[in-house]
Design a binder for this molecule. Structure first.
Ligand code: GLA
Length: 381
């Protein structure tokens, strides 16, 4: 009899355990990033050309399952879209936008006016001399109008101008500045708004937590608004390292932009787990550093202590973003998997970095569950 009791008890326990296990697995399966953040902000990622071409289909699946907003990593930059004057190549951009529409994602256009990845012809005449201010303004207008009109009503927001300001707050000495002068920025916003009055318009940059840069961006937002131009948000790219920026610097910037009358977006987020390769932090893609073995220490995997520190950094920043969810409308990761992150090659080519939320096999990293717990606990209170 005793034996029967014991048998009965242990099988009941077993059933209860299976039930509980089933419940917890169900929770993990069903709660994904985009659902957890639905009342806070959009949660997005960049889409690569390989994903659009079907080479990286696993990446596409992860995007569909976990994110509700997308931005093109490269295929909408001016050099890609208009490699020669008047010859537009929308093949990848069309695929990108169609993928967003089919999956009901908030689609972001990146980027209209940027000094980098722009075609050489944009700034010169047939003899290779700089064009006049009038010609460059017309080229800007035609480029912006062609691209924005094509996706009118479908692309919900545009990075209109990218990286026009240096860390010290002065304007970058780009061809746009040299040839047109400061007003190329308001002109770009004007042309984008004329092409699609319904689209949100953003100014996007890296290191926007630097005080000099921050103050200039605040003044830019105010002056665009004073001119009656539309600007909806400041995009803070968010290419971070383990040592920079501090939470405080970041928080000050979020508050300053919000106070200037716009939303804040984290638009290209990744946290490199590797040692700093140079003092020149940020994302100026021409600032590269030569490879040395010492600055590529985790080829075989992240040591546990570095992993824990890296996770803490993600959680600390997510805490900050959740705290300021009334000011933040989107948080976009710059890619899905560590395997394809640009950080493996910037600022040093050939390193093994771990900056994203999905590992090299596209498995979700454990930190995702902690992030989900964080937002669920915060938003249920
Ligand atoms: C900048 C640009 C992005 C991308 C990254 C590097 O942040 O805004 O489009 O080129 O550099 O991947």
């Amino acid at each position: 009899m005793e034996r029967e009791n014991c048998y009965y008890l242990s099988s009941t326990l077993l059933v209860v355990c299976f039930f509980l296990l089933g419940c917890s697995q169900k929770k993990e399966e069903s709660v994904v990033l985009k659902d957890a953040f639905k009342d806070a902000f959009l949660i997005g990622t960049a889409v690569t050309a390989d994903q659009l071409l079907g080479v990286d289909s696993l990446g596409l699946r992860v995007i569909k399952e976990n994110f509700n907003s997308i931005v093109a990593e490269n295929c909408m930059k001016s050099g890609e879209v208009q490699p020669r004057e008047g010859q537009f190549n929308f093949d990848l951009a069309d695929r990108f936008v169609a993928f967003g529409e089919q999956n009901n994602l908030f689609v972001i256009g990146h980027t209209l006016i940027w000094h980098s990845q722009a075609p050489k012809w944009f700034f010169v005449d047939d003899h290779g001399n700089d064009v006049s201010r009038e010609v460059l303004i017309e080229r800007m207008r035609t480029h912006i109008n062609s691209v924005v009109t094509r996706y009118k009503g479908v692309i919900k927001g545009w990075d209109v101008v990218n990286e026009a300001i240096l860390d010290d707050g002065t304007l970058r000495n780009s061809k746009f500045l040299q040839i047109i002068g400061e007003d190329y920025i308001p002109l770009a916003f004007q042309f984008a708004h004329e092409a699609d009055p319904t689209a949100e318009l953003y100014y996007n940059d890296y290191n926007e937590w630097h005080v000099g840069k921050r103050n200039t961006i605040v003044n830019l937002v105010k002056s665009l608004k004073e001119k009656g131009l539309r600007i909806d948000a400041v995009g803070m790219q968010g290419h971070m390292g383990m040592e920079y920026p501090s939470i405080e610097e970041y928080e000050n910037a979020i508050e300053a932009y919000h106070k200037a009358g716009v939303k804040v977006m984290i638009t290209e987020w990744d946290i490199s787990a590797l040692p700093l390769a140079s003092r020149n932090v940020g994302a100026n893609i021409s600032d590269t550093v030569a490879y040395k073995k010492e600055i590529n220490p985790y080829v075989e995997g992240l040591p546990k202590d570095v992993q824990a520190e890296w996770e803490k950094r993600y959680l600390d920043f997510f805490k900050l973003f959740i705290k300021h969810q009334d000011k933040i409308s989107r948080v976009t990761l710059w890619g899905v998997s560590d395997a394809t992150s640009w950080k493996n090659n910037y600022p040093v080519a050939g390193r093994t970095d771990y900056p994203l939320l999905f590992d090299r096999q596209y498995n979700p990293k454990p930190v995702i569950n902690s992030i989900i717990d964080l937002v669920e606990n915060k938003n249920q209170k």
